[in-house]
Ligand binder design. Structure first.
Ligand code: ADP
Ligand code: MG
Length: 214
C-alpha cells in the first residue's frame, strides 16, 4: 500500500495554500487519510529554515539559498513524506522542488541541471505523482500575497515578495518551462476563476491523473 504525493506550485499569491487546504479536505471527505505539508517547513529544522529564508533582511548567496531549501526538503522527505506514503496516506505539499528550479534557477540564475541533481540528492525516488501548477499574472498574485502578509500583521520584508514583478515574471516563465518539459507529471491550471472553481478544476485533474478519489 503506497499513498500519493501531490505538489502544488506557483508564484506568490497564486492560491497554493488555499488550494492545498481545500484539496486536502475534499480528499479526506472521499475517505483518504491526508497529510498537508508546506515547504520550506513542516519539520523542526524546516520551520527554522523557513524563518531564515523568509527574512528579506538577511543576505544569502543564491547557492546558499538553494542548499537551505534542499536541506529543509530532505528533512521533509525523510521524516514526513516517506513514512506517510508508506502508510498509504495521501500527501499534499504546498511547494516542492519545482519551486527551487524556478526561483533559484530562473530567478537567481543558478544552473538548472545542477539544481536537478540537488533535488535528486534531497529526494531520491520520492517524486510527486502529480504536480499542479497554478498559473497567475504576477501583478495579481503579488497584490494578493501582499494583502495576506498585511492581514497577518507582518511588517518584515519577505525575501521573494520584495523582489517585485520582473523577478516573478521570470519565475512564472520558469514554472511554465518546467511544466512543458514534464507534461505527464505537471498540469498547469490558469487561475482565472475564484478559489472554488480552481479547487474543482484541481479535483478533475487529480481524478484524470490518479484515478477516481472515492
Ligand atoms: N482563485 C482565487 N481568486 C481570488 N482570490 C483567491 C483565489 N485563490 C486564493 N485567493 C486569495 O488570494 C490570497 C493568496 O492566496 P494563497 O492561497 O495564500 O496564495 P499562495 O499560497 O499561493 O501565496 C488569499 O487571500 C486567498 O484567499
Ligand atoms: Mg502560501
Amino acid at each position: 500500500m503506497t499513498g500519493k504525493l501531490i505538489s502544488i506550485e506557483g508564484i506568490e499569491g497564486a492560491g497554493k495554500s488555499t488550494v492545498a487546504g481545500q484539496l486536502a479536505d475534499r480528499l479526506r471527505e472521499a475517505g483518504h487519510s491526508v497529510l498537508e505539508l508546506r515547504e520550506p517547513g513542516s519539520t523542526p529544522v524546516g520551520e527554522s529554515l523557513r524563518t531564515l529564508l523568509k527574512d528579506g533582511t538577511i543576505h544569502l548567496a543564491p547557492l546558499t539559498e538553494a542548499f537551505l531549501f534542499e536541506a529543509a526538503r530532505h528533512e521533509l522527505v525523510v521524516r514526513r513524506i516517506r513514512p506517510a506514503l508508506a502508510e498509504g496516506q495521501w500527501v499534499v505539499v504546498d511547494r516542492f522542488y519545482d519551486s527551487t528550479t524556478a526561483y533559484q534557477g530562473w530567478g537567481r540564475g543558478l544552473d538548472v541541471e545542477m539544481l536537478c541533481r540537488m533535488h535528486m540528492d534531497a529526494c531520491g525516488e520520492t517524486t510527486p505523482d502529480l504536480t499542479i501548477l497554478l498559473d497567475i499574472d504576477p501583478a495579481v498574485g503579488l497584490d494578493r500575497a501582499r494583502s495576506v502578509t498585511r492581514g497577518q500583521g507582518v511588517t518584515a520584508r519577505d525575501r521573494f515578495e520584495e523582489e517585485g514583478i520582473s523577478f516573478l515574471k521570470r519565475i512564472r516563465e520558469g514554472f511554465l518551462a518546467i511544466a512543458r518539459a514534464e507534461p505527464n507529471r505537471i498540469v498547469v491550471i490558469s487561475v482565472t476563476g475564484d478559489a472554488d472553481e480552481v479547487v474543482q478544476c484541481c479535483l478533475r485533474v487529480v481524478e484524470e491523473k490518479l484515478g477516481r478519489i472515492d
